[in-house]
Design a protein around this ligand. Structure first.
Ligand code: WT7
Length: 689
């Protein structure tokens, strides 16, 4: 049916034979020469011995293959997204236009005239049929302690928190900063914000007081929600203490709600409110604030190549629809299954695939509070066995870490419940892919390597975006999701047929962020100026067979450390503030586990007060307090100067090569202002490694 009235509950369950039919290929399909501007799926990619697969989109039963569905999604994109918006989401008021978005004119709106509420879509509409089913499984830090939260219980908690926030003066459009780790309270707080129309701003609870303060101030947030302590890997993390420090620098803050995760007492000041007590006296029904489609659902900070972190703005309707649809189809999720995304709610993965994607689909979603190695490297697999998880979604860094601990920790536990093995955040290397597939999944589960970004709202490239039986090629996310039209561009910002280039997205899709909070110009500049008319992702990619994509990595000065984005400029700014440091250059280098590690070069002033050893310790401590532990450099190399071009530009390319032990390919260094410095840095580097 193409009339948009297809019922979501009618989704045919996927064919089990096909979904387990993973065709292994140890080489990439023959690269065909020539290229059309749109990747079309050639029949040659599919294996003819397998039954012809059907697309699991019930709204488009006539579209039998992924190729047909994909082409339809681009050729008739308004019908495609308009139909899905009506069938997958519940609206209090229907929309009048599907989209006026265009990357040429830099307009971004979707579903104008429509009204809806994200918490209603994630909770209320499931209550009749699934009220007593588990919405959340909270896997607490303490191994083996899990708590099931039904949709009904979640609804009541959201209602109480919503009323509490409203009674304390939080209004629609206000920014509420959440500094909590994964727990039902955290998820309910995000949904309570959505219910009353407030904008949640979750800050990863590993960020320091300074980093938190910067985000609170930029968002002009009056309300902060935190816990007395956070528990992670058996350690108590003093979250309230960090918030206390932060808010002394935040004149905008008027109230701090404190949830008591543990028994630990904390000093409570004038602005502090015991959240558990305050919400307990509230009624469980909370009036819904319906939102316009384009009203902001949340903001989330992420690092850029220059300047302070950007508060990306996500819309209510477009974001929610995109999280909903990509969750369902990237993972082929079937109702009743248990979905285990182990990401923290402080990152976009936690927003889209712990919370909004799963809950808007009526799924059962895991809230993982712990770490992959606590109490030992068998934690994930013990949890899979005990909770009978059907899907797990994790980071390549965690996989590489666990791979090093050996197969014993995996094989000890029964993983037969697992059906799909997902990962995101960084390139998944071949070794980790094979281990995930053969050892963890016993060769019977699809590996779902998904590529996307905080900005894209949800998954954009994924191996089986709509077709159950399609071939999966190791170590690449492969295929664009329906509605996503990819392009590679050259150095001039022009689309190219070459196999390698800067990854861009050609056509608007509903999940794209709409702006950077308080700085729309920076939004346009960052994403829409390098390749005019296209969304510029900042990643480099390799295209195989004119259709399958592999991500090479960031092309800008952004690092990806354990799947977390860090701007080199942010780290340099902190180091430059040290009184003995005259200049710095921070780059990434290949790291066995983390994917990329932080490598810092520092030039010291001639007259300095401290020794190099002292300065190194001080620099690390400054980075830890100003940004957070995740930005700590693996190496700090002191050098008398940095390699520069005659025009004064630091040659980062050379610094990267040295850090990667790639001394043979330093390129032409004769144009440098001071070629001797290279020899110094290379010798010093060899000493340090
Ligand atoms: C950057 C986005 C989106 C959730 C997690 C990170 C890198 C992401 C992959 C992948 C290779 C990947 C890219 C991207 N990235 N997924 N499957 N293969 N690289 O979100 O912090 O916004 O970072 O992560 O470089 O641009 P983020």
């Amino acid at each position: 049916r193409r009339d948009g009235k297809g019922k979501y509950n009618d989704v045919p369950s996927s064919c089990a034979t096909c979904s387990f039919d993973l065709i292994m290929s140890d080489r990439h399909p023959n690269i065909q020469s020539g290229s059309t501007s749109r990747p079309r799926y050639s029949a040659g990619v599919h294996n003819s011995r397998r039954p012809r697969s059907t697309t699991p989109f019930p709204e488009f039963p006539d579209l039998k293959t992924h190729e047909e569905l994909y082409n339809f999604s681009l050729d008739y994109s308004e019908t495609f997204w308009g139909t899905l918006a009506r069938s997958r989401l519940t609206w209090s008021k229907d929309f009048t236009t599907v989209t006026d978005s265009s990357f040429e004119t830099k307009t971004f709106g979707w579903f104008h005239g429509g009204e809806l509420n994200a918490s209603v879509n994630c909770i209320d509409r499931h209550l009749n049929e699934r009220g007593e089913e588990p919405a959340l499984i909270w896997e607490k830090d303490e191994p083996g302690e899990s708590v099931f939260y039904s949709y009904r219980k979640l609804s009541e908690t959201v209602g109480q928190i919503g009323n509490m926030l409203k009674n304390s003066g939080v209004k629609a459009g206000d920014r509420v900063t959440i500094y909590l780790s994964n727990s039902p309270t955290a998820v309910a707080t995000m949904l309570a914000c959505a219910r009353i129309g407030a904008i949640h701003n979750v800050v990863f609870a590993g960020f320091s007081a300074n980093a938190l303060a910067a985000r609170i101030n930029d968002a002009q947030s009056e309300t902060v929600i935190t816990a007395n302590t956070i528990l992670r890997g058996g350690k108590l993390i003093p979250a309230k203490k960090t918030v206390d420090e932060a808010v002394t620098h935040c004149p905008c803050v008027r109230r701090v709600f404190v949830h008591f995760r543990t028994e630990v007492e904390v000093p409570m000041g004038k602005m502090d409110i015991n959240m558990d007590k305050a919400m307990a006296s509230e009624p469980v029904d909370c009036t819904v604030e319906n939102r316009g489609s384009e009203d902001t659902l949340f903001m989330l900070y992420t690092s850029g190549s220059t300047g302070a972190p950007k508060g990306l703005i996500h819309s209510t309707a477009g974001y929610l629809l995109y999280a909903n649809v990509t969750f369902k189809h990237a993972f082929d999720y079937n109702i009743g299954e248990k979905f285990g995304c182990v990401a923290d709610i402080g990152w976009i993965t936690g927003h889209s695939y712990v919370l909004y994607g799963p809950l808007s689909n009526g799924a059962t979603t895991l809230l993982f509070e712990s770490t992959p190695q606590y109490p030992d490297p068998g934690r994930y697999w013990e949890m899979v066995e005990r909770l009978k998880l059907n899907h797990i979604y994790l980071s390549p860094t965690a996989l590489r870490l666990l791979l090093k601990s050996g197969d014993g920790y995996v094989k000890k536990y029964n993983r037969s419940s697992l059906r799909k093995l997902g990962c995101v955040g960084e390139p998944l290397n071949h070794e980790a892919w094979e281990w995930y597939h053969k050892v963890v999944g016993e060769g019977r589960c699809d590996i779902i390597d998904t590529w996307w970004q905080t900005e894209t709202g949800g998954i954009c490239i994924s191996p089986r975006p709509s077709e159950v039986g399609a071939e999966i090629i190791p170590a690449m996310p492969m295929r664009p999701m329906p509605g996503i039209s990819l392009a590679l561009v050259d150095n001039q910002g022009k689309e190219t047929d070459a196999e390698k280039g800067a990854l861009c997205i050609k056509k608007p899709w509903p999940g794209l962020a709409r702006s950077i909070y308080g700085n729309h110009d920076r939004f346009l500049q960052t994403y829409f100026s390098n390749a005019p008319g296209l969304y510029y992702t900042g990643d480099g990619a390799h295209r195989y067979n004119n259709s399958h994509f592999q991500i090479i990595g960031r092309m800008d000065d952004v690092l990806n450390v354990s799947g977390h984005r860090l701007g080199t400029a942010e780290i340099e700014d902190v180091m430059d503030d040290h009184p003995d440091v005259s200049e710095t250059a921070v780059i990434g280098f290949p790291h066995d586990i983390k994917g990329e590690g932080v490598y810092a070069y520092a030039v010291l002033k001639d007259e300095r007060k401290s020794s190099k050893k002292e300065i190194e310790i001080e620099l690390k401590s400054m980075i830890k307090t100003r940004i957070g532990g995740l930005a700590l450099p693996e190496i700090i190399l002191f050098t008398p100067s940095l390699p520069r071009t005659r025009s004064g530009k630091i040659m980062r390319r050379i610094l990267r090569k040295i850090a990667a032990n790639d001394f043979e390919n330093l390129g032409d260094t004769s144009t440098l202002a001071d070629p001797d410095v290279i020899k110094f840095i290379v010798d010093k580097h060899k000493e340090l490694f």
